[in-house]
Design a protein around this ligand. Sequence first.
Ligand code: CTP
Length: 409
Amino acid sequence: MQIFKVGGAVRDRLLGIPVTDVDRVVVGATTEEMLAQGFRPVGADFPVFLHPKTGEEYALARTERKSGRGYGGFTFHASPEVTLEEDLIRRDLTINAIAEDDQQNLTDPYHGQRDLEARILRHVSPAFAEDPLRVLRVARFAARYASLGFIVAPETLELMRQLSESGELQALTAERSWKEISRALMEDQPQVFIQVLRDCGALKELMPEVDALFGVPQPEVHHPEIDTGLHTLSVLEQSALHKQPLTVRWACLLHDLGKGLTPEEEWPRHIAHEHTGLNLIKAVNERFKAPKDCQELALLVGKYHTHCHRALELKASTLLELLQSFDVYRRPQRFEEFIGACEMDARGRKGLEQRSYPQADYLRGAAQAAREVAVQPLLEKGFKGPELGEALKRERLKALKAYKDRASA
Ligand code: CTP
């Protein structure tokens, strides 16, 4: 049997980027031989094994044929007769289809090195279409390598367009899609992911609610970029520049969905878009089975982002309602993430990226003031149950009034 490194490990070594995962392909071996050498199989049908000591992945060279729609629709054909070239030709991108032996000799039948140098993400062959998830993968690689100058080859974008239009993306499971989306959002340029999905028509299929934001105007005084889609891309870009966590980036992507529903007669104003957007945010959350913390923050940011922008003008009672809605007493981190997302929204506007956002510290101070209200004295006064809750609210309101007075003095 012969063993080669393949995929990301070879690609990233050639790019001079640190390698994290190493995948290997095994040519000329049978499942029985692998098991006899102590490799542990992954799953029942899939010809992938884990090395007994390193735990790294070894896959038997295989050809893949499609027998139906979606992930469950694959049949894998692995046998000792499958050659390295036959295995490589069914991979997604030429830059991922380079094999390397243990002497660092490269096998590169589909010119991956040429495309690495030219900074091109190009599909290897029509077999690309066997797995529609690759549309998302290519967009993710475009986001990851944008800073190195990579772009998607026009013919690959065209193939991605055909795949998108065929309806195949609808067959992807929520889990597989979310894995790509969440990884892409954590790249340095997540906005490129969304842009590439839009360029090939996949955004319309996956997140029509986000796609609908392009072409929708906003008032130029607040939004010099005008277009709501472009604004969303800038907010995402800011979230990556400011190293925000996944929850915040997800909330940034979805915060303005309501603007896609505004009747054209009302443009460029978007009255109550915070509320009209909530059902759309919920739908996208559920479509991809986003983790609970991502779902929650997206909904809260959708509902309250304009509150945050107007924080300095809010009455003490409104401030209190906001803090209560966030349960800032027990969930300080979530409130911090909310503030983070709103700050990205404020900065994701053309020419306003460096603006200051005093609302952030103001709200942090308000949360602190409300948190400092002690429960003990109220217990000592004999308050219990719902009455205690009411008394706490009254004290917190007083504290917030005092905080507002101090802040405006
Ligand atoms: N691959 C593919 N099509 C897929 C998934 C994977 O062709 N839908 C192939 C590619 O050759 C890829 C390799 O399997 O390079 C390993 O896949 P994976 O570990 O998912 O990705 P990497 O390319 O290693 O990239 P990353 O750095 O994102 O892990």
